[in-house]
Design a protein around this ligand. Structure first.
Ligand code: GH3
Ligand code: MG
Ligand code: MG
Ligand code: MG
Length: 316
């Protein structure tokens, strides 16, 4: 961090120092209206090497979550005055979906049935005072590590192992929602199926391993060309799908042409040889609600036409 004599530079420096010190630590959002209790719990957590963000009520907690703060676990007093714990849970769910940040509730006294009700409502865990520091911290650590494992599994389930781009499953799971959003905004969209030409010949000539290198190369190039805006996946074999977010036919066609030309120009260095490949692309416009499979089928038919017309081209 470079310190300049400007307003706010000390704040930025302190924030950078804080980020460096807390890097890699589990971050807990501690929601507790009582200053004494919050300070005590924050003290315990910091002593046990947690990074702690404090909130005095549910509204402030939600605001911090909305700001996109990195938070691994929320630990909240279940007797918050501004919002019952179950409502806070529901609000977090609504914002972050099914596997949202885990929420652990705690209470001082009160109804013994609260723990069961809280966990049934979706809470990750429940802790009652008085508790031992070690138990408090290990329950939080456990919730955080479980969440991390879920995220790792989710990423793996969406990932194509060879090319490290999204897989077919992810494409078919998330594609329909993206189409819905485009159509509801009143924008058309389109889907492309891209297939490497004569890939079998390449495999037969250079071997399967070199074929894999080529697949990885094409995926890497496509990832750069397509960017974050559109959805790219390996559909299987040497076939890739691209769902364009809000491009009309002309724009999508131009996009596909650019991809085709870029890939044909791109040299793939294998041992001492430079390999080149070409691709054929089928592009289907999406204008009305239909099944996602139908859109793909249409794109496939255009791909088939592109192959028959001589390959290395886009058909729509
Ligand atoms: P076309 O131009 O008509 O698309 O011909 P093609 O040879 O590319 O198509 P074809 O469907 O005949 O062959 C695809 C080949 O892709 C056959 C298969 O062995 C190979 N393949 C599929 N998955 C993989 C993979 O993961 N790695 C490698 N190296 N090859 C793969
Ligand atoms: Mg084929
Ligand atoms: Mg092919
Ligand atoms: Mg194919």
């Amino acid at each position: 961090c470079i310190i300049k004599n400007e307003p706010g530079s000390i704040d930025r420096l302190l924030a950078a120092v804080d980020r460096a010190l807390t890097h890699g630590l589990t971050t807990v959002l501690l929601v507790d209206a009582s200053n004494d209790s919050r300070q005590e719990l924050a003290g315990i957590l910091r002593r046990h090497r947690f990074s702690v963000i404090e909130a005095v009520d549910a509204v402030e907690a939600l605001r911090l979550l909305d700001q996109g703060e990195t938070i691994d676990v929320v630990v909240a007093d279940t007797n918050l005055a501004d919002m019952p714990a179950a409502v806070l849970l529901k609000e977090i769910r609504q914002r972050q979906g099914e596997d949202c940040v885990p929420l652990i509730g705690f209470c001082d006294h009160g109804d013994a049935r609260l723990a069961a009700r809280f966990i049934e409502a979706g809470g990750a865990d429940f802790i009652r005072r008085p508790f031992l520091e070690a138990e408090f911290c290990c329950r939080i650590r456990h919730a955080a590590s479980l969440q991390q494992r879920i995220q790792t599994l989710k990423r793996a389930a969406a990932n194509d192992y060879l090319t490290e781009i999204f897989n077919r499953r992810h494409f078919f799971l998330t594609g329909p929602r993206l189409v819905d959003q485009c159509l509801r905004r009143g924008e058309g969209t389109s889907v492309a199926v891209l297939d490497i030409d004569h890939f079998k010949r390449l495999n037969d000539t250079y071997g399967h391993e070199i074929g894999d290198v080529v697949l990885k190369h094409v995926a890497r190039r496509l990832k750069v060309l397509v960017g974050e805006e559109h959805l790219l996946a390996r559909l299987g074999g040497e076939e890739f799908g691209i769902l364009f977010d809000g491009l009309d036919v002309r724009q999508a066609y131009a996009f596909c042409e650019r991809m085709r030309i870029e890939l044909a120009k791109s040299k793939i260095v294998v041992d001492d040889e430079d390999l080149t490949i070409t691709v054929s692309i089928g592009l289907a416009t999406i204008e009305a609600p239909e099944s996602f499979e139908n859109y793909l089928h249409a794109a496939d038919q255009f791909l088939y036409m592109a192959k028959h017309a001589g390959r290395n081209r886009v058909m729509s």
